[in-house]
Design a protein around this ligand. Structure first.
Ligand SMILES: Cc1ncc(COP(=O)(O)O)c(C=O)c1O
Length: 437
């Protein structure tokens, strides 16, 4: 099976080159034993190894294979995570100063992009699922209504899937967005594996970013941007604005190889994980698909009485979840969780069964009011103040429990008392906030 980038790196290493170029370890001497195996393919732009931000091989072939699998004109490798993808995607879709219809459930990277690009958000609120105590999928009707009320908006930005695994109907949303002459950008950070499971979670979007490192066997920070209709040169150039000029070749080779593996054995391994997750969902109180709710088949969102306390109990048993909130524990399950890992999880959940079940409702308060624009807030003089003393002040940076990194208060919004109470209720554990002077 083809791995054009990895093959090119191995071919270079096989020449036994005297490397008078970056990186300084010269393919040999990394002090950490765990990293030594990587050194021979940790290279730089050379004849044969290509340049990420210029046309040519081996990147053209390696990225085209990904683009084909995801159904886009173009794929761009990223070494700055989906954060780089969100910044690049929004820069491609929007011109500075524009208004953008943005999912309030977006990650803080999208809020930072608003400031960097001087965009004005028109918020799209997600419906609150009372039974699940979580926000649900983006409603196509709400998008249609917002676009009719704001005809100047030419970009819609949503997150799908969410951290909890909730998928929005991107196909239906894209038809509405395009009918209004706008573009759809999807932050799909948590969905890099879904096209390998036969799903089309980004179908119809103009651009989408995914984190290979979150759900595929790929190195930390590795991510991809998919785009159609912008032209390759523009995508490459825009991505280069937000990325390093020395992108990591091991990271990019790990994406090349992850795709190749996922086209074969990996598909089966991922399906095995989905079967195990379905079993656990049947056995323990958890977010279930159906009744209009479409879920990532491998994301396990358990309902528990007290998320952080439950997380500590799991850790005592040697099990580390991705995140918890007031009433949920979210576990990322992938093709790389073997039967032993699932057995240990099953046993731990069985032992903690009495602490599971419907959680106390914690619906978010109505959206805060904006006092200044995201850009004004992010680049204005600021100070750090104890959060408890911040009632009435204006946030200079997102106040966002991490994970999931979804801001409760965005830069430029006023911190009212009710939000401080809500942050306490959901167990937000930072004591300070950045506020305007
Ligand atoms: C929805 C979402 N988008 C974007 C990001 C940023 O991704 P990365 O950490 O790959 O930069 C995250 C990170 O958790 C996320 O949850």
């Amino acid at each position: 099976m083809p791995t054009p980038l990895y093959d090119a790196l191995r071919a270079y290493a096989a020449r036994g080159p005297a490397r008078f170029h970056m990186p300084g370890h010269k393919g040999r001497d990394l002090p950490l034993a765990e990293l030594r195996g990587l050194a021979s393919i940790d290279v730089t732009e050379l004849p044969g190894t290509g340049n990420l931000y210029e046309p040519g091989e081996p990147f053209d072939a390696a990225q085209a294979l990904w683009a084909e699998r995801f159904g886009f004109d173009q794929c761009q490798f990223l070494t700055g995570g989906s954060t780089q993808g969100v910044h690049t995607g929004l820069a491609l879709c929007c011109a500075p100063g524009e208004r953008v219809l943005m999912d309030r459930g977006c990650h803080r990277s999208a809020f930072h992009a608003l400031a960097l690009l001087d965009l004005e958000p028109v918020w799209l609120e997600r419906p609150w699922l009372r039974r699940e105590n979580l926000t649900g999928p983006i409603s196509p009707e709400a998008v249609e209504q917002a676009l009719e009320q704001n005809p100047d908006v030419k970009t819609v930005c949503i997150t799908s899937p969410t951290y909890a695994g909730v998928l929005s109907n991107v196909g239906a949303l894209s038809r509405i967005v395009h009918a209004h002459g706008a573009r759809l950008f999807v932050d799909g950070a948590h969905g890099a594996h879904l096209p390998f499971l036969g799903l089309a979670p980004f179908w119809g979007a103009d651009a989408a970013a995914v984190s290979a490192h979150k759900t595929l066997p790929a190195m930390g920070q590795s991510a991809l941007l998919f785009a159609s209709g912008f032209g390759p040169e523009r995508v490459r150039q825009t991505a280069s604005v937000y990325g390093t000029s020395s992108p990591s070749y091991p990271m990019m080779a790990s994406m090349d190889a992850a795709r190749d593996w996922m086209e074969g054995e990996g598909t089966w391994e991922y399906q095995r994980a989905a079967v195990r997750v379905a079993e656990l969902r049947r056995k323990f109180p958890s977010l279930q698909p159906g009744n209009g709710l479409s879920l990532d088949p491998t994301r396990l969102t358990l309902k528990v009485e007290d998320g952080p306390a439950f997380g500590l109990e799991l850790e005592r048993r040697g099990i580390f979840a991705e995140m918890s909130d007031g009433g949920h524990i979210i576990l990322i399950c992938t093709c790389c969780d073997d039967d032993d890992a699932f057995r240990r999880l099953d046993q731990a959940l069985e032992a903690l069964r009495s602490r599971m079940g419907d959680c106390p409702p914690l619906p978010p308060p109505p959206l805060p009011r904006a006092a200044v624009s995201p850009r004004q807030a992010m680049f204005a003089p600021r100070e750090t103040a104890p959060l408890a003393d911040c009632a009435g002040r204006i946030a200079a940076a997102p106040i966002a429990p991490y994970p999931p990194g979804v801001p409760v208060i965005a830069p430029g919004e006023r911190i009212e008392k009710k939000y401080l109470a809500y942050l306490r209720e959901i167990g937000y554990n930072k004591t300070n906030a950045e506020v305007l002077c």
